[in-house]
Design a protein around this ligand. Structure first.
Ligand SMILES: [Zn+2]
Ligand SMILES: [Zn+2]
Ligand SMILES: [Zn+2]
Length: 284
């Protein structure tokens, strides 16, 4: 079972919204990031009933919104990676026009990557169904608890416990969805998630990725401000290029510490000096 034991860092993004403070607008957020090691071994066992996650073509074709920021003359030098954007059931339930929301939001994601690293993303979209998270009986806005979700939270993919567990869902997507046509896979869901890191059961997890991996699983729910939805995607994509949580240069704003959550999406450089060193543009 441990033959493929890998020690990887999983990035976790936790956002707590300030909604009761007197003079802070609802859209303001404080972001807390933690650097949490997780030991992960290749899951050979199956999800109950051998059910695999299923991809399906959206009923209406999702036409990517033009990446607004691609300068005509920079196109020649920018290296474009194929980004597969996969929309989960909770995401499709959350937005009246989920196709447009996904297309609009993703169009902002590559602005700093193009300007700082000459890396752009060519996005295409598909729907994902039959994920563990789709089976959760709790509403899309409810945080899971051990009491509500069955036995103690469990990261493994071979059982039906804790459907909102982000690690479980990420690993399930990594196992079931393989396609050489795409460089990076990003799954969007619309519910806060959880996970076990060490002995802690953490809730309100907004995204998870393994460092330098090409899959990420994250929440982009409508309760999150439009700006932060983009920042969550950028943050998780940075993990896919070698950046970590908790290693930012002291007192510096960074995409890895939430420092750009309230800052214009037209900002070219969103990395502190430490994370800039960690970023490996050739990771993919
Ligand atoms: Zn992170
Ligand atoms: Zn849980
Ligand atoms: Zn940083």
């Amino acid at each position: 079972m441990f033959k493929l034991l890998e020690k990887l860092i999983i990035g976790i993004m936790l956002v707590g919204f300030i909604i009761c403070s007197t003079n802070v607008p609802v859209s303001a957020s404080t972001t807390r990031y933690e650097d949490l090691p997780v030991e992960w071994c290749e899951m050979e066992s199956k999800f109950p009933n051998n059910d695999n996650i299923v991809t399906s073509t959206p009923i209406e074709t999702i036409t990517p919104t033009n990446d607004l920021f691609v300068m005509q003359d920079s196109k020649a030098t920018v290296r474009y990676l194929n980004l597969r954007v996969m929309l989960g059931k909770t995401y499709l339930e959350d937005y009246s026009d989920a196709n447009k929301e996904a297309s609009d939001r993703v169009s902002y994601v590559d602005y700093p990557f193009i300007n700082t690293w000459s890396i752009g993303f060519t996005e295409s979209f598909t729907n994902l169904t039959n994920m563990p998270i789709d089976r959760c009986k709790l509403s899309n806005t409810t945080l899971c608890t051990d009491a509500a979700c069955g036995k103690g939270c469990n990261n493994d993919t071979d059982n039906d416990v804790h459907h909102k567990n982000s690690i479980k869902n990420l690993n399930k997507v990594r196992k079931d969805i393989k396609d050489d046509n795409y460089d990076l896979f990003i799954t969007l869901v619309s519910t806060p998630m959880c996970g076990i890191w060490g002995s802690d059961h953490l809730t309100n997890t907004l995204g998870v990725s393994y460092i330098n991996d090409n899959y990420t699983f994250l929440s982009n729910s409508s309760s999150i401000s439009t700006n932060v939805r983009v920042r969550i995607m950028q943050h998780e994509i940075c993990h896919m290029f070698g950046c970590n949580d908790g290693l930012c240069t002291k007192d510096s704003s960074c995409i890895m510490n939430g420092g750009y959550d309230g800052i214009s999406l037209y900002t070219s450089n969103v990395w502190c000096s430490s994370c800039k060193k960690d970023f490996n543009p050739n990771a993919h």
